[in-house]
Design a protein around this ligand. Structure first.
Ligand code: NI
Length: 260
């Protein structure tokens, strides 16, 4: 059985010492494709470098709402985008991301976050790439931007999708994929079953967000892509399917949205 981890961060410091070894083990465990996501200029560069040196790895490039502290003016933003664009044009880059809004960690700069988000959606439109969205405690602003302001890009993924019914219903209506991460396996996530059951199998991706958010029963450890199987198991259980059906569908869905 093969699995596709749609979102991970092997560009993170936490993998610096043993990245190659972890990636070898991940591949051998059946994770035969994965996406390494950028969240800043530097981490996007690193993601591209990792993708360029591993056949089974793809990259995304983008500036997340939690990595914009250096952007103070319109000019700063344009300079950042100018540096992002050539990176995003590289062959193994499959999406602009992770981008979005995060009012949980940053409440003070909402307007700037929106501007950075919109500008990067524009970039994705110009490059004809899907977007990978990070959204936290910012559901209505995220939906408003996708619905009302950016008309051409209707392709993308809600990464580590918050287990919020309104967001998921709106996201599905807009044509987006829903990527489930560790929280669907957490014992305290009350509505995981309800959320999983409303997302059709042909719109689901699975991800680890490694090294963060390790699923049950690995909570609290450094996460790696081999754990994506726990998300597939949870979905199979809720939807009453064989694990292999979930593995195959999520693999195919990831290939479709990332055009592989
Ligand atoms: Ni992430």
């Amino acid at each position: 059985m093969e699995f596709f981890d749609s979102h991970s961060h092997y560009n993170d410091e936490k993998f610096k010492a043993d990245r190659e070894q972890v990636l070898n083990e991940v591949y051998k465990s059946g994770i035969t494709k994965l996406v390494c996501a950028g969240y800043s200029l530097e981490s996007s560069e690193k993601a591209v470098e990792i993708a360029n040196t591993h056949d089974f790895i793809y990259a995304t490039c983008g500036i997340s709402p939690n990595d914009i502290e250096e952007i103070k003016t319109e000019e700063d933003l344009n300079n950042n985008l100018k540096k992002l664009e050539p990176l995003a044009k590289q062959e193994k880059v499959v999406a602009i991301g992770e981008i979005g809004l995060d009012y949980y960690w940053n409440k003070e700069n909402k307007e700037l976050q929106k501007q950075v988000f919109k500008k990067q959606i524009e970039l994705s439109n110009n490059l004809n790439l899907p977007i990978v969205i990070h959204t936290r405690d910012a559901i209505s602003d995220t939906i408003n931007i996708l619905k009302n302001e950016i008309i051409s890009n209707k392709r993308g993924v809600f990464h580590c999708c918050p287990l919020n019914l309104e967001l998921i219903k709106e996201g599905l209506k807009l044509g987006f994929y829903i990527s489930f991460a560790g929280p669907i396996t957490f014992k305290n996530s009350k509505n995981a079953n309800e959320v999983i059951s409303i997302v059709p199998l042909d719109r689901i991706l699975i991800e680890t967000d490694s090294p963060y958010l390790a699923p049950e029963p690995k909570r609290g450890t450094r996460n790696n892509s081999a754990n994506v199987i726990y998300m597939a198991q949870k979905i199979a259980e809720v939807k009453n399917l064989e694990l292999e059906q979930v593995a195959n569908a999520t693999y195919q869905n990831a290939k479709t949205i990332f055009e592989l």
